[in-house]
Ligand binder design. Sequence first.
Ligand SMILES: C[S@@+](CC[C@H](N)C(=O)[O-])C[C@H]1O[C@@H](n2cnc3c(N)ncnc32)[C@H](O)[C@@H]1O
Length: 226
Amino acid sequence: MKRLAQMPVKPHPAKFTNTHLEEIVKILGGSRELNVLDPFAGVGTIHNLPYFTRGLELEPEWADQHHATIVGDALDTGFDNECFDAVVTSPCFGNRMADSFKAKDDSKRHTYHHYLGRPPSKGSSAIMQWGKEYKEFHRKAWLEAKRVLVLEGKLIINIKDHIRNGEIQPVTKWHIETCLDIGLKMEGEVSIPVGGLTHGENYEKRIPHESLLVFSKKVALEDSIS
Ligand SMILES: C[S@@+](CC[C@H](N)C(=O)[O-])C[C@H]1O[C@@H](n2cnc3c(N)ncnc32)[C@H](O)[C@@H]1O
């Protein structure tokens, strides 16, 4: 995909925090030899981890903020089968940050569209609200992650539920069930407290934590007995 020349640095609304990175290191351990992919890399916070990291990001304005991130699509990464020890990523959460309209009200501007200053690109999950399209997209993303993982490699997904029409939307549960359904093994879940409010939340109704879901790619039965 073509890079845009002389682009101003665009901020990102949903970066990994140091707490996320510290927890990820606790999960993966200290080996500097690990090859790690983030297929939804944003501005490349993943590259602060002490591993060999690669990032893919659909939006050039964000991908270009780190040399180890390339512009690409998480559903079709172009990497060989079984070439990463871990896939570590934060997909979009399907919440109000996916709203894609020109907000006139300053309080409603915590969206991917607003931070980019234009609508997210075709094929972006950053404009998918929690629902059928969001689920179909992420099932494909986790199948692609599984394909590029070595056997026993780990998939770590950062995710968060949200409240819509007064009800908790079970986004985290859906990602767990989908990863189990495509044959990954669940190793654990780490809760990460989050402060502040995101668009559409209020103090009574916010969900005060995100999760890091940890899966591993199981050895297929035929591999283990051959
Ligand atoms: C939650 S953000 C990740 C932020 C990142 N962890 C960081 O610290 O900067 C999710 C990212 O996925 C990107 N994205 C959405 N659809 C994509 C796709 N099909 N392929 C690659 N990236 C995509 C969005 O543009 C957004 O930057």
